[in-house]
Design a protein around this ligand. Structure first.
Ligand code: NAG
Length: 167
């Protein structure tokens, strides 16, 4: 006759084996869920455009953001982190990448949004190269699963030309 301890151990072993299988299935199924993220982001307004005392250009913008991240949500999705970055080139750096706004979505019912936002983080250049500069907006997202591998992707949004002079 098996002791209670032995039986408990057997049950726990079986349970963790089943859990391990479920976890691999969960992350495996994510390979087949290729989310289609629909988004549209454009600059509505330049709120501030100035040269800081340090000599670096600083810009604050207002965006019109609409995005539909519903397809990113599966039963294995914990949350989705999105951020809007700008990319542009200067003589100093071939690629400048600056995050301007971010957002965490924890529930599918909040994954479709249409909003007007001001940049959370100002666009600060390393120098004063932004007058008349064309910048590219890029939406990045990280789909964080309950179990398994994180999915990271991005999509190029609209371009915007900054004014020729400071405000
Ligand atoms: C913001 O974007 C939405 C969807 O693209 C559009 O319907 C709306 O008119 C835009 N708002 C402004 C102020 O441009």
């Amino acid at each position: 006759m098996h002791s209670f301890g032995y039986r408990l151990n057997t049950i726990l072993t079986a349970a963790s084996f089943i859990l391990a299988i479920l976890c691999s299935l969960a992350s495996f199924s994510d390979y087949f869920n290729v989310p289609t993220i629909n988004a549209h982001i454009e600059v509505l307004k330049v709120n501030r455009f100035r040269k800081q005392l340090t000599g670096n250009d600083e810009v604050s913008l207002t965006f019109n953001i609409s995005m539909d991240l519903q397809s990113a949500f599966t039963w294995n999705t914990k949350q989705v982190f999105v951020f809007v970055a700008t990319e542009y080139d200067t003589d100093k750096n071939s690629l400048n990448q600056i995050s301007l706004w971010d957002h965490i979505i924890q529930e599918k019912k909040h994954s479709k949004l249409q909003t007007r936002v001001t940049t959370k983080y100002p666009l600060i250049d390393q120098g004063s190269n932004l007058r008349g500069k064309q910048i590219q907006l890029v939406l990045h997202w990280y789909i964080m699963p309950k179990v398994g591998r994180m999915i990271e992707d991005k999509k190029v949004m609209s371009k915007f030309s900054l004014p020729e002079s400071y405000t």
